[in-house]
Design a protein around this ligand. Sequence first.
Ligand SMILES: Cc1cc2nc3c(=O)[nH]c(=O)nc-3n(C[C@H](O)[C@H](O)[C@H](O)COP(=O)(O)OP(=O)(O)OC[C@H]3O[C@@H](n4cnc5c(N)ncnc54)[C@H](O)[C@@H]3O)c2cc1C
Ligand code: FES
Length: 264
Amino acid sequence: MKEVKDFKVLSNVKVNKEHLLLKVQSDTKLLSILPGQFVEIRVDGSPTTFLRRPISIHDVDEENRIISFLIRIVGDGTKKLSQLQPGDLVNILYPLGNGFTVEKVDYLLIGGGCGLAPLRYLARKLNEIGMKPDILIGARDIDTLFGVEEHRALGNVFVTTEDGSVGERGYVTDHSILRHPERYGRICACGPDAMMKNVAKYAEKHEIPCEVSLENTMACGIGACLCCVTETVEGRKCVCTDGPVFDFSILKNFTTTKQNYCDN
Ligand SMILES: Cc1cc2nc3c(=O)[nH]c(=O)nc-3n(C[C@H](O)[C@H](O)[C@H](O)COP(=O)(O)OP(=O)(O)OC[C@H]3O[C@@H](n4cnc5c(N)ncnc54)[C@H](O)[C@@H]3O)c2cc1C
Ligand code: FES
C-alpha cells in the first residue's frame, strides 16, 4: 500500500559540507516500510523543480511516526529541501520500490558517500532479528563523511576516506576487512556506480550474494513513465518498481556511465 500525505518537518540539520538530515513526522500511523524503499518528495516553492524528487528512506521510528532522510544538495530541488524549517509541511508519496533481503546471515553493508542513505534502516531491521552487521562507510574526506558515530549502535563501523583523513586511506573496496570474505553471508551496497560494480565483482569472486540499490533518474516513481528503465539479463526493468534494490548478478550487462547522486 502507498499513500500521499503531508508530513511535518521536525528538524532539518546540515550534518557536513554537503549533506542534510531531514526528519519528518506523520500525524497518523506510518505505513509498513521495507529497508531500501524510497519516497517521492514534492518540492514546493522552486520554480525550476516540477517533478517530485526520489529520496531513500534513511531511518524509521515507527512508534513516534518519524521518517529520516539523508540528502545531498546537488541542484535546485535538494537546495529547496535544505531550506525546510521545523513546522513546515512536506508532501510525500511513500513507500516506493522494493527492499533489501533481511535474513539471519552475517551482513556487510557498504555505503559510499550519500549511498549510506538506505543502509541505516536495513541495519536497524537486522538488529531486530538479532544480527549486528559490519558497516563500511566511505567518503572523500572528513568534510563529507557522515554516520560513523550514528551507526555504532547498529553495527561494527569501518571507515575509508580517499585522503586518509579518517579511517583507512582509499576507496571502500580497498578496506582491509575485505580480506576476510569468509565472514560474510550477504553484502548490500549503495554508492557511486563504479563502487557498486567493484563491490559486486568482489562478491562474485567470493560467491557472496550481493544486492545493490540503484539511483537511475526518475520521474513518476510508480512505473508509469518508463524513464528509469535499466537493462538486466532478465530484460528491461523499471528501477522504481522492480528496484531500486537488485541482485547484482542480474545486472551483469549494466553498463551505464551516467553519474548518480553518490558520485563525487
Ligand atoms: C531511488 C532513489 C533514491 C535516492 N535517494 C537519495 C537519497 O537518499 N539522498 C539523496 O541525496 N539523493 C537521493 N537520490 C537522488 C536524488 O533524487 C537527486 O539527487 C535529486 O532528485 C536531485 O534533485 P535536484 O533538483 O536537487 O537536482 P537537479 O537540478 O534535478 O539535478 C542536479 C544535478 O544532479 C543530477 N541528478 C539529479 N538526479 C540524479 C539522480 N537520481 N542520479 C544522478 N544524478 C542526478 C542532474 O543530472 C544534475 O547534474 C535518489 C534517487 C533515486 C532514484
Ligand atoms: S520513474 Fe516512472 S517508470 Fe520509473
